[in-house]
Ligand binder design. Sequence first.
Ligand code: PGA
Length: 235
Amino acid sequence: MNHIVVKNYEDMSKQAAVIIASQILRKKNAIMGFATGSTPIGTYQELIRLYKEGILDFSAITSFNLDEYYGVPVTDTNSYRYFMEENLFSHVNIRKDATFVPSGMASDAQAECDRYEEMIQQAGGVDLQLLGIGHNGHIGFNEPDSHFPARTHLVELAQSTIEANARFYKTRDEVPKKAVTMGIGTIMKAKSVLLLAGGKDKADIVEKTIKGPITPAVPASILQLHQDVTIIQVL
Ligand code: PGA
């Protein structure tokens, strides 16, 4: 694992954007895996700046997002599709029909998960997967469990995740309890992985991710077995 420690959020965002930009410059039609959450927002702002300065061209890339709340329509400001439109897609020249986020509204969730997994593999797999990390070690919405889920699947969110997400809602009852997420196997198939962890509150889980036992109780710990992982951590 390549572990980079930076002193602030701005430095993390700049370094992450450089890694993503160099992937897109190396391969114009790269398959990108994008993430939501508060951590990558600064990275997306940097990518938008590079686009506006004429350095980056998104027109040939395809993107797959990690996850989406289940039961939340794309028009909902808390949906991850909405987040991506707001924070990246509407500001750059990415083709809308080349951006994929799992549907949170499919009546047959399993069929949607299978379709999404299939689409990623059909596209040739993700070249660079961007990840945040939850305080409980989740990546995507792969919560601590007794096994590492292989494929895109429907999950019940952990209580700690629901509590962490409550900051975006007026009442706790409104916070989604389920999500569709790429599996750990899906993430591990990405050719390279870039994990961002902002803030001292993530220091403990990053330490467990990098140095602790590889266990589904800390889902991100599986990344120790990936051959090309960069972790950028603010400390
Ligand atoms: P955050 O979420 O970026 O909002 O901290 C990260 C995550 O839970 O994966």
